[in-house]
Design a binder for this molecule. Structure first.
Ligand code: C2E
Ligand code: CA
Ligand code: CA
Ligand code: CA
Length: 279
């Protein structure tokens, strides 16, 4: 029995070491990637449901890896979260998105809003609002055009300090969105507790909205709740005209999804103004 126990321990240790080495390798690789400027931002249009006009974009990070190709966030954000590298990644994303926002405004007179995803790690640093303020000042971007997207998981172990951080961000003039709304356990508590401006209805509810009455009822409730709390509502993952018809009928303000456009490189964005109305 003793031997078996030891053998099992050895196997477990080997597997653990393998996972650890892989993680350390990705970590070192990502650290180098950040320094070498391998991160990119794609922008997905956010569209007014009634008029079909693009009112803003969401910035979505990619890693242009020298050998592995273009990597989606799923392939490196979890490691970045675990290792704390999501903080430098997040700073870069925020700076680049604000620089781009100001560039569109200046060169093309494009009045767009830009949404940026913020992770729990960034939010838990009490100096985060100051860093955001510095970036806004350095880039000259309009704070009112910046929306920070927070997930329920990012707010899950929120303390009074988190509330203070969110209020400080609000004082800068930036807006706050609750992302993936409805997927967590305490969505309603968060709306009550935190100064939120926008709710984004998660893609998982939008997917079957045209065929599943339960999902349609959930989305209707979220949109009504948002409207009565004076929040802006955004439907995520709109892929079909039927889904668009449903959310339009329910009074949702904004939508994003493949029906309008996938995430695109920044140079594609100006031409999409007034060009996005789906067939
Ligand atoms: P998210 O914030 O919920 O972003 C929306 C995701 O849905 C994006 O995936 C987008 O490409 C995808 N999407 C958009 N429209 C559709 C559609 O019609 N159908 C389907 N099936 N998918 C659609 P992406 O770019 O792979 O990003 C995945 C997640 O990674 C994001 O989910 C966000 O949580 C995270 N992420 C992205 N960029 C950043 C970042 O800069 N910082 C942090 N911390 N997280 C990020
Ligand atoms: Ca988001
Ligand atoms: Ca989302
Ligand atoms: Ca999501």
């Amino acid at each position: 029995a003793k031997d078996r126990g030891r053998a099992r321990y050895v196997v477990f240790d080997g597997a653990l070491r393998g996972a650890l080495e892989l993680r350390q390798q990705v970590e070192a690789d990502l650290r180098r990637g950040i320094d070498r400027g391998e991160l990119r931002l794609l922008y997905q249009p956010v569209v007014d449901v009634q008029s079909g006009e693009m009112t803003g974009v969401e910035a979505l990070v990619r890693w242009q890896h020298p050998t592995r190709g273009l990597l989606a966030p799923d392939e490196f954000i979890p490691v970045a979260e675990d290792t704390g590298l999501v903080v430098p990644v997040g700073s870069w994303v925020l700076h680049e998105a604000c620089r781009q926002l100001q560039d569109w405004q200046r060169k093309s007179d494009l009045a767009l809003t830009v949404a940026v995803n913020v992770s729990a790690r960034q939010l838990s640093d009490s100096r985060f609002p100051e860093a955001v303020g510095d970036i806004l000042q350095a880039t000259g971007a309009d704070p009112a055009a910046l929306c920070l997207e927070l997930t329920e998981t990012a707010l899950l172990d929120a303390t009074d300090a988190t509330t203070a951080t969110l209020q400080a961000l609000r004082r800068l003039g930036v807006r706050l969105a609750l992302d993936d709304f409805g997927t967590g356990f305490s969505s309603l508590t968060f709306l009550k507790r935190f100064p939120i401006d926008v709710v984004k209805v998660d893609r998982s509810f939008v997917r079957d909205i045209a065929v599943d009455p339960d999902d349609a009822a959930i989305v209707a409730a979220v949109i009504n709740l948002g409207r009565s709390l004076n929040l802006e509502t955004v439907a995520e993952g709109v892929e079909t005209p039927e889904q668009l018809r449903c959310i339009r009928r329910l009074g949702c303000h904004l939508a994003q999804g493949y029906l309008f456009s996938p995430p695109r490189p920044p140079e594609d964005i100006p031409a999409l103004l007034n060009a996005l109305e789906p067939a």
